[in-house]
Design a binder for this molecule. Structure first.
Ligand code: VGL
Ligand code: ZN
Length: 237
């Protein structure tokens, strides 16, 4: 008799950007009630996931997503949808939403929150280091750019896909901040990479609760992501 329970279920937990700058009271890009996900995330960390990964938004000071790096009138955080040069060198342009300065590398705001049981996490992945491009997804930047610096292997495209692959992961459970940006894009990418993907509702909060949350759930569901409650039953929508 095999001692294995199910060979086709090798789950990973992905804790997205649970960092000081995304949490009240002092975070520069505080997600309403963001800190409240800690008990849910810590409860999940007690479960036997084959891999538990936390991500950190990890920006250089000259990051394109900081409103402060753009001239007026395009420098209004949360509002400006600013046209910037596409980083592929073709000269074309695209628009990107601008934010307050946040998660600057090696600052307090970029630290994982102390309420997170970090000792239960197997690996921490940094993302968003390429100053030229916003990177919401923990998997890859939206343009699939080659690494920004020649020495680097994981600047705009992270090593998360490799880690999941090496562990033989089949299912990815996503929690963290913010539901309508980095959680959403990471979950959609997980599904795109072929994983059965779940977002645990109680383990996330939106920058824009209400409309932002609802739209994000719809986009995720359309991409094949399942939205579940902590009790594990799929929520009917
Ligand atoms: C995020 C906005 C800018 C996130 C990161 O983690 O959801 N949102 N950078
Ligand atoms: Zn960011």
């Amino acid at each position: 008799m095999s001692s294995r329970i199910r060979e086709d279920f090798v789950p990973a937990l992905l804790v997205v950007d649970f960092q000081e700058d995304f949490c009240p009271p002092n975070g520069s890009l505080a997600v309403p009630n963001g800190r409240d996900i800690a008990p849910t995330v810590n409860a999940l960390l007690l479960l036997p996931f084959a891999l538990k990964v936390a991500t950190k938004d990890w920006h250089p000071r000259d990051h394109v997503s900081f409103a402060s790096n753009h001239p007026p009138p395009d420098n209004v955080p949360f509002v400006s949808n600013t046209t910037v040069i596409h980083p592929d060198g073709s000269g074309r342009k695209y628009t990107t939403l601008l934010w307050p300065d946040h998660c600057v590398q090696n600052t307090r705001g970029a630290e994982l929150v102390p309420g997170l049981d970090i000792f239960r996490i197997d690996a921490v992945i940094e993302k968003g280091q390429d100053p030229r491009v916003e990177m919401y997804s923990a998997f890859t930047d939206p343009f699939h750019l080659p690494p920004f610096t020649p020495e680097s292997t994981s600047v705009s495209t992270s090593n998360l896909p490799m880690m999941l692959h090496e562990k033989g992961i089949t299912d990815v459970f996503v929690v963290g901040l913010a539901q309508d940006f980095c959680v959403k894009e990471s979950a959609i990418d997980a599904a795109r990479f072929g994983y059965r993907t779940f977002v645990v509702r109680e383990g996330t909060r939106a920058v824009v609760p209400g409309t932002g949350w609802d739209t994000a759930e719809e986009e995720m569901v359309a991409a094949g992501v399942k939205i579940v409650g902590i009790e594990g039953r799929e929520i009917e929508r």
